[in-house]
Design a protein around this ligand. Structure first.
Ligand code: IPE
Ligand code: IPE
Ligand code: MG
Length: 254
């Protein structure tokens, strides 16, 4: 079990909301849910079957995270680069998203889970956009846990949008260069109202971030596991949380 004082010494980096350095349960876990296609291929199934099983894994992991006391789970479901995939696969993913919202929304709401979207989901088909907007509005007041889903998300684009906002405010005389600090940048990101990222997991053995939460990952603990996403479950999450608890976060200190 990790122990130690928080980054409280003056000059030590700490988040604006004063997160403790070595809390044993991460407040915010993000997952790059990778390996659906390989899972399907290994079984001689179409890639869509892997995505379907992946959505089932997401359902289980959300419950396990909530029970473990994780405040926020962020799931990378569709990157801004995933438009490069064949249209049939994109349509399959959109179909799954529709199905998941239709079948899970009431349960999420009853369990006090707030649905948040990061990225620009407005690029999706109008019926999907409307469905997502209804779901986020319905659950907006829930406080037990947040499920943030990254849809058409890219961290570089998130930073570009923040910089454009600052430039526009500066041009209008509403913002001076010296006023731009880390807190303001964080507040301009899609994740502004989420807790600081503590643990970032990627499944399927790939060891890269693929344009996910680049700013937010600065001091997150990174965990790369070989398990393909459709095989990831509550036990796998518990193992990841145990690994997190055993890490010592130093934030550049001793
Ligand atoms: C992750 O699984 C799901 C999405 C990116 C939507 P992949 O579809 O990337 O699966 P692999 O990497 O091809 O196995
Ligand atoms: C990252 O997985 C995106 C999601 C899991 C949604 P990819 O499979 O798209 O990433 P690359 O192409 O291997 O980097
Ligand atoms: Mg992949």
């Amino acid at each position: 079990m990790a122990a130690g004082a928080g980054p409280g010494a003056s000059g030590a980096p700490r988040h604006a909301d004063g997160v403790a350095a070595n809390q044993s349960v991460p407040r915010h876990v993000a997952i790059i849910m990778d390996g659906n296609g390989r899972w399907a291929k290994a079984r001689g199934l179409p890639r869509a079957a892997g995505h379907k099983q992946g959505a089932e894994a997401a359902r289980k992991v959300l419950r396990a995270a909530g029970e473990a006391g994780v405040e926020c789970l962020t799931l990378y479901a569709f990157s801004s680069e995933n438009w490069r995939r064949p249209e049939t696969e994109i349509n399959d993913l959109m179909g799954l998203l529709r199905f998941y919202i239709q079948h899970e929304l009431d349960a999420l709401h009853k369990e006090g889970i707030r649905l948040r979207i990061i990225g620009d989901h407005t690029a999706f088909k109008p019926d999907v956009v409307a469905m997502i907007d209804r779901a986020t509005a319905k659950t907006a007041g829930n406080t037990r846990m947040t499920l943030a889903v990254a849809l058409n998300y890219g961290a570089r684009n998130e930073l570009v949008k923040a910089v454009q906002g600052f430039a526009a405010a500066a041009a209008e005389g509403r913002l001076a260069a010296e006023e731009i600090d880390e807190a303001r940048i964080e507040a301009a990101l899609d994740t502004a109202d989420l807790p600081p990222l503590d643990l970032l997991i990627r499944t399927s053995g790939e060891c890269r971030l693929s344009n996910f939460l680049l700013w937010q990952a600065a001091y997150a603990e990174l965990l790369f596991v070989d398990t393909l996403w459709p095989d990831f479950d509550g036990d796998a999450l518990h193992a990841a949380l145990a690994e997190f608890a055993a890490r010592e976060r130093r934030y550049g200190g001793l």
